[in-house]
Design a protein around this ligand. Structure first.
Ligand code: IMP
Ligand code: MG
Length: 185
């Protein structure tokens, strides 16, 4: 049976998210001025961020979608990456910006960047909405090295959060704010 959870305190209101994402869009427009980056969005958590970010970003860009899943059980921290088969043709020689909802251990971003770098882009940089303040992790044995995100919307405490794209077991992505999850019992 599912453990009982409740939405706890709101950590970041919808208004603060909107203001910060507009700032990030303007910062990206400056950072990529004169170039045409490919945004590689990690599904599904980044959908809200991506939609708001690109509408605050005047300038040419294109969008690609990838996914990443952590293995359960025997290989903690190992990440399985799924890329569209013809992604390499669209990334080769281009500046790439990997976009994700949250940087926790950093293993997801590390795995995606490693896979994307193998496709021959001009460069790979990263943007996340949230970064958890926590003790640094080591990469799993044989996994790519961790790298700090290049742009961060908000630093948050080491809590499990939901909303604005982030889920708990598939739910709560549609909350307009970011809230902590509270476990009962
Ligand atoms: P990392 O690989 O540990 O950095 O974790 C990144 C991925 O784990 C994110 O893309 C999320 O899917 C998920 N994740 C980590 N922390 C949270 C959280 O607090 N709420 C919801 N998802 C999370
Ligand atoms: Mg995710």
């Amino acid at each position: 049976m599912d453990e009982e959870v409740q939405i706890g305190e709101v950590l970041i209101t919808a208004d603060r998210i909107a203001a910060r994402v507009r700032e990030l869009g303007a910062a990206m427009a400056r950072a990529y001025a004169g170039r045409e980056p490919v945004l590689v969005a990690i599904m599904k958590g980044c959908v809200m961020l991506l939609a708001d970010l690109v509408r605050a970003w005047p300038g040419p860009l294109s969008l690609e979608f990838v996914s990443a899943e952590s293995y359960d059980g025997a290989k903690p921290g190992a990440v399985r990456v799924a890329l569209p088969p013809d992604l390499g043709e669209r990334l080769a020689g281009k500046p790439v910006l990997v976009v994700d909802d949250i940087y926790d251990t950093g293993r997801t971003i590390a795995a995606i960047c490693h896979a994307v770098e193998a496709l021959g882009p001009a460069e790979v940089r990263t943007l996340v909405l949230l970064r958890k303040c926590r003790a640094p992790e080591q990469p799993a044995a044989g996994a790519p090295p961790l790298r700090a995100p290049d742009w961060v919307g908000f630093e948050i405490p080491d809590r499990f959060v939901v909303g604005y794209g982030l889920d708990y077991r598939g739910r709560y992505r549609n909350l307009p704010h970011v809230a902590a999850l509270r476990h009962n019992g």
